[in-house]
Ligand binder design. Structure first.
Ligand SMILES: Nc1ncnc2c1ncn2[C@@H]1O[C@H](COP(=O)(O)OP(=O)(O)O)[C@@H](O)[C@H]1O
Ligand SMILES: [Mg+2]
Length: 250
Protein backbone atom coordinates (compact mmCIF):
# COMPACT_ATOMS: atom_id res chain seq x y z
CA UNK A 1 0.00 0.00 0.00
CA UNK A 2 1.40 3.42 -0.91
CA UNK A 3 1.49 6.05 1.80
CA UNK A 4 -0.68 9.10 1.24
CA UNK A 5 0.56 12.61 1.94
CA UNK A 6 -2.64 13.31 3.93
CA UNK A 7 -5.44 11.04 5.06
CA UNK A 8 -8.53 12.33 6.85
CA UNK A 9 -10.47 9.45 8.37
CA UNK A 10 -14.04 9.79 9.64
CA UNK A 11 -13.57 13.21 11.22
CA UNK A 12 -16.51 14.73 13.12
CA UNK A 13 -16.62 18.10 14.90
CA UNK A 14 -19.44 19.63 16.94
CA UNK A 15 -19.76 23.17 18.24
CA UNK A 16 -22.39 22.88 20.96
CA UNK A 17 -25.37 21.35 19.16
CA UNK A 18 -24.07 22.21 15.70
CA UNK A 19 -22.44 19.48 13.61
CA UNK A 20 -19.68 21.35 11.76
CA UNK A 21 -18.16 18.16 10.32
CA UNK A 22 -19.84 14.77 10.00
CA UNK A 23 -17.78 11.69 9.31
CA UNK A 24 -15.52 13.37 6.76
CA UNK A 25 -12.89 11.27 4.97
CA UNK A 26 -10.59 11.94 2.03
CA UNK A 27 -6.95 11.68 1.05
CA UNK A 28 -4.29 13.43 -0.99
CA UNK A 29 -1.20 12.11 -2.71
CA UNK A 30 2.25 13.57 -2.71
CA UNK A 31 2.75 16.38 -5.22
CA UNK A 32 -0.97 17.15 -5.57
CA UNK A 33 -3.02 20.35 -5.78
CA UNK A 34 -6.48 19.73 -4.39
CA UNK A 35 -9.27 22.29 -4.72
CA UNK A 36 -11.71 22.40 -1.80
CA UNK A 37 -15.05 24.13 -2.32
CA UNK A 38 -18.36 24.36 -0.50
CA UNK A 39 -20.97 26.97 0.45
CA UNK A 40 -20.34 29.31 3.39
CA UNK A 41 -20.67 27.41 6.66
CA UNK A 42 -19.83 24.07 4.96
CA UNK A 43 -17.05 23.47 7.51
CA UNK A 44 -14.07 24.14 5.22
CA UNK A 45 -12.14 26.32 7.67
CA UNK A 46 -13.07 23.95 10.49
CA UNK A 47 -11.50 21.05 8.60
CA UNK A 48 -8.32 23.08 7.96
CA UNK A 49 -8.16 23.80 11.69
CA UNK A 50 -8.57 20.10 12.48
CA UNK A 51 -5.66 19.30 10.13
CA UNK A 52 -3.61 22.08 11.75
CA UNK A 53 -4.43 20.90 15.28
CA UNK A 54 -6.26 24.08 16.26
CA UNK A 55 -9.50 22.11 16.82
CA UNK A 56 -9.70 18.65 18.39
CA UNK A 57 -12.28 16.52 16.57
CA UNK A 58 -14.96 14.62 18.44
CA UNK A 59 -13.86 11.52 16.56
CA UNK A 60 -11.72 10.53 13.60
CA UNK A 61 -8.05 10.80 12.74
CA UNK A 62 -5.51 12.65 10.60
CA UNK A 63 -2.46 10.98 9.03
CA UNK A 64 0.49 12.77 7.45
CA UNK A 65 2.69 10.49 5.33
CA UNK A 66 1.19 7.52 7.15
CA UNK A 67 1.94 8.94 10.59
CA UNK A 68 -1.00 9.50 12.91
CA UNK A 69 -0.79 13.18 13.92
CA UNK A 70 -4.25 13.38 15.52
CA UNK A 71 -2.84 13.83 19.03
CA UNK A 72 -0.16 16.37 18.14
CA UNK A 73 -0.27 20.06 19.06
CA UNK A 74 -0.19 22.67 16.26
CA UNK A 75 3.46 23.51 16.82
CA UNK A 76 4.37 19.82 16.54
CA UNK A 77 2.35 19.55 13.33
CA UNK A 78 4.21 22.50 11.85
CA UNK A 79 7.39 20.64 12.68
CA UNK A 80 5.92 17.48 11.09
CA UNK A 81 5.26 19.49 7.90
CA UNK A 82 1.81 21.12 7.94
CA UNK A 83 1.45 24.86 7.25
CA UNK A 84 -1.61 27.09 6.99
CA UNK A 85 -2.02 30.32 5.05
CA UNK A 86 -4.92 32.05 6.77
CA UNK A 87 -7.76 33.88 5.02
CA UNK A 88 -7.25 37.04 7.08
CA UNK A 89 -3.60 37.92 6.61
CA UNK A 90 -1.86 39.21 9.73
CA UNK A 91 1.72 40.11 8.89
CA UNK A 92 3.85 41.83 11.53
CA UNK A 93 3.17 45.42 10.52
CA UNK A 94 6.39 46.95 11.84
CA UNK A 95 8.67 44.50 10.08
CA UNK A 96 9.79 44.44 6.47
CA UNK A 97 8.51 41.67 4.19
CA UNK A 98 11.98 40.13 4.39
CA UNK A 99 11.89 40.06 8.20
CA UNK A 100 8.35 38.68 8.19
CA UNK A 101 9.42 35.71 6.08
CA UNK A 102 12.84 35.28 7.78
CA UNK A 103 11.04 35.13 11.12
CA UNK A 104 8.72 32.38 9.87
CA UNK A 105 11.71 30.48 8.49
CA UNK A 106 13.66 30.80 11.75
CA UNK A 107 10.56 30.01 13.81
CA UNK A 108 10.04 26.79 11.87
CA UNK A 109 13.47 25.57 12.90
CA UNK A 110 13.35 26.76 16.47
CA UNK A 111 9.65 26.12 17.09
CA UNK A 112 9.61 29.42 18.94
CA UNK A 113 8.80 32.82 17.41
CA UNK A 114 10.52 34.51 20.37
CA UNK A 115 13.81 32.76 19.83
CA UNK A 116 13.38 33.30 16.10
CA UNK A 117 13.14 37.06 16.77
CA UNK A 118 16.59 36.96 18.32
CA UNK A 119 18.19 35.15 15.43
CA UNK A 120 16.34 36.70 12.53
CA UNK A 121 19.45 38.60 11.51
CA UNK A 122 21.05 35.28 10.64
CA UNK A 123 21.97 35.31 7.01
CA UNK A 124 20.68 31.81 6.30
CA UNK A 125 17.08 32.72 7.14
CA UNK A 126 17.35 35.97 5.22
CA UNK A 127 18.60 34.18 2.14
CA UNK A 128 15.72 31.70 2.30
CA UNK A 129 13.30 34.58 2.82
CA UNK A 130 14.70 36.51 -0.14
CA UNK A 131 14.32 33.48 -2.41
CA UNK A 132 10.76 32.84 -1.27
CA UNK A 133 9.78 36.48 -1.82
CA UNK A 134 11.19 36.29 -5.34
CA UNK A 135 9.27 33.03 -5.89
CA UNK A 136 5.96 34.69 -4.97
CA UNK A 137 6.71 37.76 -7.10
CA UNK A 138 7.63 40.17 -4.29
CA UNK A 139 11.35 40.35 -5.04
CA UNK A 140 11.20 44.11 -5.66
CA UNK A 141 9.56 44.84 -2.31
CA UNK A 142 11.57 42.92 0.28
CA UNK A 143 12.41 46.00 2.38
CA UNK A 144 8.89 47.46 2.34
CA UNK A 145 6.54 47.35 5.31
CA UNK A 146 3.25 45.44 4.91
CA UNK A 147 1.21 48.67 5.23
CA UNK A 148 2.91 50.08 2.15
CA UNK A 149 1.51 47.31 -0.05
CA UNK A 150 -1.94 46.41 -1.45
CA UNK A 151 -3.90 43.36 -0.32
CA UNK A 152 -2.86 41.31 -3.36
CA UNK A 153 0.78 41.57 -2.28
CA UNK A 154 -0.01 40.73 1.34
CA UNK A 155 -1.81 37.56 0.20
CA UNK A 156 1.40 36.55 -1.57
CA UNK A 157 3.38 37.41 1.53
CA UNK A 158 1.12 35.03 3.47
CA UNK A 159 2.00 32.26 0.99
CA UNK A 160 5.72 33.05 1.35
CA UNK A 161 5.43 32.93 5.16
CA UNK A 162 3.71 29.55 5.01
CA UNK A 163 6.32 28.24 2.53
CA UNK A 164 9.07 29.40 4.91
CA UNK A 165 7.90 26.65 7.25
CA UNK A 166 9.12 24.24 4.60
CA UNK A 167 5.88 22.24 4.60
CA UNK A 168 4.95 18.87 3.14
CA UNK A 169 1.33 19.97 3.14
CA UNK A 170 0.26 23.58 2.59
CA UNK A 171 -3.29 24.60 3.47
CA UNK A 172 -4.52 27.82 1.87
CA UNK A 173 -7.81 29.31 3.08
CA UNK A 174 -9.34 31.56 0.41
CA UNK A 175 -6.09 33.11 -0.83
CA UNK A 176 -7.90 34.71 -3.80
CA UNK A 177 -10.60 36.42 -1.70
CA UNK A 178 -10.64 40.18 -2.22
CA UNK A 179 -8.31 40.10 -5.22
CA UNK A 180 -9.07 41.64 -8.60
CA UNK A 181 -9.48 39.28 -11.54
CA UNK A 182 -5.90 39.68 -12.86
CA UNK A 183 -4.51 39.41 -9.29
CA UNK A 184 -6.58 36.27 -8.65
CA UNK A 185 -5.31 34.78 -11.88
CA UNK A 186 -1.68 35.51 -10.94
CA UNK A 187 -2.18 34.08 -7.46
CA UNK A 188 -3.81 30.93 -8.89
CA UNK A 189 -0.84 30.52 -11.25
CA UNK A 190 1.53 30.91 -8.31
CA UNK A 191 -0.38 28.29 -6.30
CA UNK A 192 -0.43 25.93 -9.29
CA UNK A 193 3.37 26.21 -9.48
CA UNK A 194 3.89 25.07 -5.88
CA UNK A 195 3.16 21.33 -5.85
CA UNK A 196 6.32 19.35 -6.40
CA UNK A 197 8.02 16.35 -4.91
CA UNK A 198 7.59 16.94 -1.22
CA UNK A 199 4.77 19.50 -1.32
CA UNK A 200 1.03 19.05 -1.67
CA UNK A 201 -1.45 21.92 -1.48
CA UNK A 202 -5.10 22.17 -0.44
CA UNK A 203 -6.75 25.27 -1.88
CA UNK A 204 -10.00 26.42 -0.29
CA UNK A 205 -11.64 28.86 -2.66
CA UNK A 206 -14.91 30.36 -3.78
CA UNK A 207 -13.40 31.44 -7.08
CA UNK A 208 -14.61 28.48 -9.09
CA UNK A 209 -13.21 29.82 -12.35
CA UNK A 210 -9.66 29.74 -11.00
CA UNK A 211 -10.15 26.47 -9.08
CA UNK A 212 -11.38 24.77 -12.20
CA UNK A 213 -8.47 26.19 -14.17
CA UNK A 214 -5.63 25.11 -11.86
CA UNK A 215 -6.85 22.21 -9.66
CA UNK A 216 -6.85 18.77 -11.29
CA UNK A 217 -8.72 17.28 -8.30
CA UNK A 218 -11.63 18.67 -6.35
CA UNK A 219 -13.21 17.96 -2.98
CA UNK A 220 -16.69 19.35 -2.24
CA UNK A 221 -18.21 19.67 1.19
CA UNK A 222 -21.70 20.84 2.12
CA UNK A 223 -23.24 21.18 5.58
CA UNK A 224 -20.24 19.47 7.14
CA UNK A 225 -20.50 16.43 4.88
CA UNK A 226 -18.31 15.23 2.04
CA UNK A 227 -20.33 15.62 -1.14
CA UNK A 228 -17.91 14.69 -3.92
CA UNK A 229 -14.24 14.00 -4.60
CA UNK A 230 -12.33 13.35 -7.80
CA UNK A 231 -11.46 14.79 -11.20
CA UNK A 232 -12.46 18.48 -11.08
CA UNK A 233 -14.49 18.63 -14.28
CA UNK A 234 -16.35 15.42 -13.45
CA UNK A 235 -17.10 16.58 -9.90
CA UNK A 236 -18.40 19.96 -11.07
CA UNK A 237 -20.71 18.18 -13.51
CA UNK A 238 -22.28 16.02 -10.75
CA UNK A 239 -25.96 16.95 -10.25
CA UNK A 240 -25.65 16.93 -6.45
CA UNK A 241 -22.72 19.34 -6.55
CA UNK A 242 -24.50 21.64 -8.97
CA UNK A 243 -27.55 21.74 -6.71
CA UNK A 244 -25.69 22.21 -3.40
CA UNK A 245 -22.89 24.47 -4.49
CA UNK A 246 -23.78 26.17 -7.69
CA UNK A 247 -27.45 26.52 -6.83
CA UNK A 248 -28.57 25.26 -10.22
CA UNK A 249 -30.84 22.41 -11.10
CA UNK A 250 -29.04 19.75 -13.07
N1 LIG B 1 -15.33 28.28 16.92
C1 LIG B 1 -16.60 28.08 16.56
N2 LIG B 1 -17.59 28.03 17.48
C2 LIG B 1 -18.88 27.79 17.12
N3 LIG B 1 -19.27 27.57 15.86
C3 LIG B 1 -18.33 27.60 14.89
C4 LIG B 1 -16.96 27.86 15.18
N4 LIG B 1 -16.25 27.82 14.02
C5 LIG B 1 -17.15 27.57 13.05
N5 LIG B 1 -18.40 27.44 13.56
C6 LIG B 1 -19.62 27.10 12.80
O1 LIG B 1 -19.35 25.89 12.11
C7 LIG B 1 -19.89 25.92 10.79
C8 LIG B 1 -18.77 25.74 9.78
O2 LIG B 1 -17.97 26.93 9.76
P1 LIG B 1 -16.66 27.09 8.88
O3 LIG B 1 -15.80 25.91 9.08
O4 LIG B 1 -16.09 28.43 9.19
O5 LIG B 1 -17.28 27.05 7.41
P2 LIG B 1 -16.68 27.55 6.02
O6 LIG B 1 -15.22 27.82 6.22
O7 LIG B 1 -16.96 26.43 5.07
O8 LIG B 1 -17.45 28.78 5.65
C9 LIG B 1 -20.62 27.26 10.67
O9 LIG B 1 -21.98 27.03 10.97
C10 LIG B 1 -19.96 28.12 11.73
O10 LIG B 1 -20.83 29.11 12.20
MG1 LIG C 1 -14.02 29.56 5.92
Amino acid sequence: MTTKRLQIKNVSVKFGGLSALQDVSFEIDDNQLLGFIGPNGAGKTTLMRVIMGMITPLSGSVFLDGKNITGLRSVQRIHAGVALGQQIVKPLRKMSLLDNVALASGGAKLLSPLRALMVRERSEEREVAQELLIQVGLGDHVQKLPNELPLGFLKRLEVARALALNPLLLLLDEPLAGLSKPEAEQMADLIASLPRKGLSVILIEHNLLQVQRVCPTLYVQSNGRALAFGDTNKVIAEPEVRRAYLGVDA
